[in-house]
Ligand binder design. Structure first.
Ligand SMILES: NC(=O)c1ccc[n+]([C@@H]2O[C@H](COP(=O)([O-])OP(=O)(O)OC[C@H]3O[C@@H](n4cnc5c(N)ncnc54)[C@H](OP(=O)(O)O)[C@@H]3O)[C@@H](O)[C@H]2O)c1
Length: 326
């Protein structure tokens, strides 16, 4: 089988690539970035699929993900997250391709959410993502799945974990964490493993079309998440080997002191515009009824067997350390 993964060099596409490298996967994968396949450009998409007419599955990781920027760039966000998805949908219908699309917890109103929970996309980003979902739901694609995920992180730049670690490099920075925003941190590598498992085992063939929540185990506040990230960081060799001196103790103590703030305070302090739901806890039961847990655990690396965001974060930090060691 031939699988197209859009959205290189984004973190999820990167993690899918990594997962394929660490397992024996029979299928052929093709990865595209904005230059090779700009999903907003109808003729570019059409030409691409005409040329590659043997693609069986598209995993669409391409998205406009800058939630704050989207508030002032409505056209840009909708162009990628809605129009771009429609272009992919058209190609999937035309060439009878299965579609695995990634969406967000931000479309939910809030609380503990099964897939049929009330929706209330507050931000431009969330509204554009919901619009994209609707194109898929209304389509005639034979096999389609929308995977709603949350608080996606990885060792690759541009997500909450790496942003906190970047901030931590600056000794003058004061660390803050929001106490009243609750969600489920999800290691992109775990989501990648689930997607590949569904394909490799051909489970997707009998899986019902529809929406599936996929997130890491457990939930937390941004504040606790930030504290756990920094607590893990100060124990990594890239930190301990660099800061061995007693004089560094102040820096160490500072990193471990995260200041709790409310969401309202954070919006003022950081001049944030995009409204976000207070609490979204994704209920994962539906996807776990499809994936046999034992088989899934055997498929992915042993470390993934401990299903909690804390363990996933520890794995991510270990890989972050490997990436940043001289
Ligand atoms: N990050 C999160 O916390 C989070 C949470 C919930 C759901 N999600 C969803 O998860 C999926 C993967 O997110 P991610 O974190 O991997 O995002 P990411 O790191 O921002 O990657 C998105 C990729 O899409 C590319 N892209 C943007 N416009 C494109 C276009 N017109 N054509 C082709 N590619 C384009 C971007 O390229 P450039 O960088 O060159 O623009 C980027 O490489 C997205 O659907 C996102 O909405 C993310």
């Amino acid at each position: 089988m031939k699988i197209l993964v859009t959205g290189v060099p984004g973190q999820l596409a990167h993690c899918i690539y990594d997962e394929i490298q660490s397992h024996f996967i029979r299928d052929e994968f093709l990865f595209t970035d904005k230059k090779t396949l700009d999903i907003t450009d109808f003729s570019c998409v059409d030409n691409f699929f005409t040329e590659h007419n043997d693609i069986n599955i598209v995993i669409n990781c391409a998205a406009y993900t800058n939630v704050e920027k989207a508030e002032n760039d409505i056209v840009g966000a909708f162009q990628v997250n809605s129009r771009g998805v429609k272009n992919i949908v058209d190609a999937c219908e035309k060439y009878d391709i299965a579609l695995f699309h990634i969406s967000t917890d931000y479309v939910y109103e809030g609380g503990i959410c099964m897939e049929d929970a009330p929706l209330k996309p507050l931000s431009i980003y969330a509204q554009s993502k919901r619009d994209g979902e609707l194109h898929i739901e209304k389509s005639n694609i034979k096999k389609w799945f929308i995977f709603r995920t949350s608080w996606l992180f990885s060792e690759y730049d541009g997500n909450y974990v790496t942003n906190i670690l970047k901030k931590a490099q600056d000794i003058t920075q004061i660390m803050y964490g929001v106490t009243d925003e609750i969600g489920c941190p999800t290691y992109a590598r775990k989501l990648a493993a689930i997607l590949i498992n569904l394909i490799d085992t051909e489970k997707y063939i009998t899986m019902e079309n529809g929406i599936y929540n996929v997130c890491g185990g457990g939930y937390t506040s941004r504040y606790e998440f930030t504290k756990t990230i920094l607590g893990g960081y100060v124990n990594l060799p890239i930190f301990t080997e660099k800061y061995t001196n007693d004089l560094d103790y102040n820096y160490y103590a500072k990193l471990l002191h995260v200041n709790p703030i409310t969401k309202v305070e954070a919006y003022k302090m950081f001049n944030l515009k995009a409204p976000r739901p207070d609490t979204v806890i994704l209920n994962n039961k539906k996807i776990h009824s499809v994936i046999d847990y034992d088989e899934y655990h055997n498929f992915i690396t042993n470390d993934f067997m401990r299903d909690s965001w804390e363990n996933d974060l520890a794995d991510c930090l270990t890989r972050y350390n490997e990436l940043h060691q001289d």
